[in-house]
Design a protein around this ligand. Structure first.
Ligand code: HEM
Length: 216
């Protein structure tokens, strides 16, 4: 239940974060203004960050405890293992989760702490005197390796959520012969929609559809 509840909180964050990021397609004023609004929340922003951090830590800690208990329950490996129902995504939740964590650490260093690209410190504020998050994203994603790593991270997130976004219902006791397969299908569609939404940003930058007005 703890994994399910923390998972739902993280899913809500991932939806909100995507909606915020997609404003890049509306122009620099939108995304820079949005980012400034978040910063203007001041202590509330820090409270939300702390809450999210605790949620991630609890989600990971409990899932790893579960994985260990699961292994201890059957120390001897199966001689012959045939997967009847378990999907690839469901069997690799710990692995995809840990790689998403690595992605998240890189992502925070990249866009929140801005430690991986020296050019981000050279960006001038936009005409409304907001930090130019728009140009930061454009310069960040113009690098093929960075964009490639983001797309890999998004793919693993999709894999993770294509199972997690419906399995949490079962963990909370909502299991029904007809409804469960439909929800599982809906979960997979939802995860792929997130993939398309998130990856559209680096892809649009690499295709030159989004350009920065600043010259570095
Ligand atoms: C193409 C995909 C993504 C883009 C373009 C993107 C963009 C950004 C940007 C620009 C920031 C800094 C916001 C600011 O300082 O104003 C940020 C922060 C963050 N992102 Fe993402 N993000 C992406 C994917 C993700 C994913 C998949 C996750 C979660 C698994 C995630 C989690 C976070 C977190 C936790 C923060 C820190 C928020 C804060 O500053 O408090 N991001 N992202």
């Amino acid at each position: 239940m703890i994994v399910a509840i923390t998972g739902v909180i993280l899913i809500l964050f991932v939806i909100g974060h995507l909606l915020g990021n997609l404003q890049i397609f509306l122009g620099a004023d939108w995304i820079n203004g949005y980012s400034q609004h978040l910063r203007d929340l001041g202590p509330l922003l820090w409270a939300i960050r702390l809450f999210l951090l605790c949620t991630v830590v609890v989600h990971i800690y409990v899932t790893i405890q579960l994985a260990i208990a699961n292994r201890r329950a059957r120390p001897e490996a199966y001689i012959d293992k045939e997967h009847v129902k378990a999907t690839f995504a469901s069997r690799h939740m710990v692995m995809s989760g840990l790689i998403i964590l690595a992605f998240l650490i890189y992502h925070l260093a990249h866009f929140t702490f801005r430690k991986t690209d020296a050019r981000f410190a050279l960006l001038k504020p936009d005409p409304l005197n907001h930090y130019d998050v728009y140009s930061m994203m454009v310069y960040g994603f113009q690098n093929y390796l960075v964009s490639g790593f983001y797309i890999l991270g998004m793919w693993l997130l999709t894999l993770h959520l294509s199972h997690g976004s419906s399995s949490f219902l079962q963990s909370l006791g909502l299991n029904n012969r007809t409804l469960t397969p439909r929800l599982a299908f809906g979960g997979r569609v939802f995860a792929w929609l997130l993939f398309v939404g998130y990856t559209s940003i680096p892809v649009a930058v690499l295709l030159g559809l989004i350009k920065s007005a600043q010259q570095l």
